[in-house]
Design a protein around this ligand. Structure first.
Ligand SMILES: Cc1cc2nc3c(=O)[nH]c(=O)nc-3n(C[C@H](O)[C@H](O)[C@H](O)COP(=O)(O)O)c2cc1C
Length: 371
């Protein structure tokens, strides 16, 4: 009797997660889900045009390494999905493309695979199609707070032979999400334990609301290996959950989604502030939309850049569509390197830039901040 009940509640949980995953994908494909009036502030970063680059475009080397893994360029596809049939196709196409291009990807939250082994292949398809590329496993801060076991975390890592484990921090999403679990007690302690227990590097990431220098400092004290900023200015998960709340007629959640749609720290501001106050390797993400913004993020000290939403549509079509999309970005990035006279990533990270406009206010704040 009890077993029947457990099986039913497990199945209910799986159904809810699968349905939610599909809704997230479809909303992101069909609706405007990006920040409305907040920008990443990369437009306030000005790289200086170099009319005497003294290099040939073809001699530029965009390769870099991140957490011990070589990348042909400092770019990876940000965490998106898994746990549903459409998600499997998306992960399959992204994996095939990043393998061919020598880049990397992170998977979406793998919680669903812990409940149901049958969903594993929506994640393992990534490693199957990308035997050499960097692939990140993914779990949520809320699951850590709920006491997820180290054995389960290791299982998620092993499932895809991951190169790193991402822990996503998404309190804003949990507030707006109809089934949200706004429980974030003991997440720091949990992250410390994970960093000490798992054999792979651990990366903390936001989901589009940015990480403050204070939180970065706390994360650094856990000996975490890197932070992915996922700042404000691109996809807003308050927006994504707003559409779901609206569909369900949950008035209070709709209001919260509206209020927090543009909540968060603009990506360039988060990047500058964390760089100013910590030595953590940083993945710049959240609203990065072209190769010039990638170059700006690298000049500001990022180790890598990532993009999620713009890859989603091509990934529903084919690996070639993903590859074509990313290849165009990489041409833009290499062109920017040419125009600032950087023949490799080390040089790019030393080129001059000017901070203007609203970002200058964030800079001033960070420069005066004592942490
Ligand atoms: C369809 C979709 C699903 C996502 N699912 C996850 C997830 O499961 N785990 C996670 O850490 N981030 C998730 N994200 C957040 C992204 O990794 C990224 O941080 C955010 O979208 C900001 O980047 P962007 O503006 O380039 O989209 C998701 C984003 C999208 C668009």
């Amino acid at each position: 009797m009890d077993n029947d009940h457990d099986d039913k509640s497990k199945k209910d949980k799986i159904d809810i997660i699968m349905k939610r995953k599909e809704e997230h994908i479809n909303i992101c494909l069909d609706q405007p889900v990006q920040a409305k009036s907040v920008r990443t502030l990369f437009s306030d970063v000005k790289l200086l045009n170099n009319s005497l680059p003294e290099i040939d475009y073809d001699d530029i080397d965009t390769s870099t390494s991140f957490l011990g893994k070589k990348f042909s360029a400092p770019f990876m596809v940000g965490a998106m999905t898994g746990g549903a049939e459409l998600a499997k196709r998306i992960n399959s196409n992204i994996a095939e493309a990043v393998e061919e291009l020598g880049l990397g990807m992170a998977l979406g939250s793998q919680r669903a695979a812990l409940y149901d082994k049958a969903l594993e292949d929506t994640y393992t398809i990534a490693r199957k199609n990308a035997p050499n590329a960097f692939i990140g496993a993914n779990i949520g801060g809320a699951q850590i707070s709920a006491g997820m076991k180290i054995d389960d975390i290791n299982r998620l890592i092993e499932m895809i032979d991951a190169d790193a484990l991402y822990v996503h921090l998404n309190p804003t999403q949990e507030i707006v999400q109809p089934e949200g679990e706004a429980r974030y007690k003991n997440v720091m302690e949990g992250i410390s334990m994970i960093v000490n227990s798992v054999k792979k590097p651990v990366i903390a990431k936001e989901v589009g609301f940015g990480i403050s220098p204070m939180v970065a400092k706390k994360l650094e004290s856990t000996k975490i290996d890197a932070v992915e900023i996922a700042g404000m200015g691109g996809t807003s998960y308050a927006a994504v959950e707003w559409y779901r709340a609206k569909e369900m007629g949950l008035e209070q959640k709709v209001d919260l989604g509206n209020l927090f749609w543009d909540w968060g720290i603009p990506t360039a501001a988060s990047l500058y502030m964390i760089k100013r106050h910590s030595k953590l390797p940083l993945v710049a993400s959240g609203g990065i939309r072209n190769g010039v913004e990638m170059a700006k993020a690298m000049a500001m000290g990022a180790s890598l850049t990532a993009m999620a939403l713009p890859i989603l549509r091509p990934a529903t079509k084919s690996a070639k569509d993903v590859k074509d999309f990313i290849s165009k970005l990489l041409v833009e990035f290499k062109s920017a390197m040419f125009l600032v006279g950087a023949k490799n990533i080390d040089e790019l990270r030393r080129v001059p830039f000017v901070i203007t406009g609203e970002l200058a206010i964030w800079k001033d704040y960070a420069d005066k901040l004592v942490l």
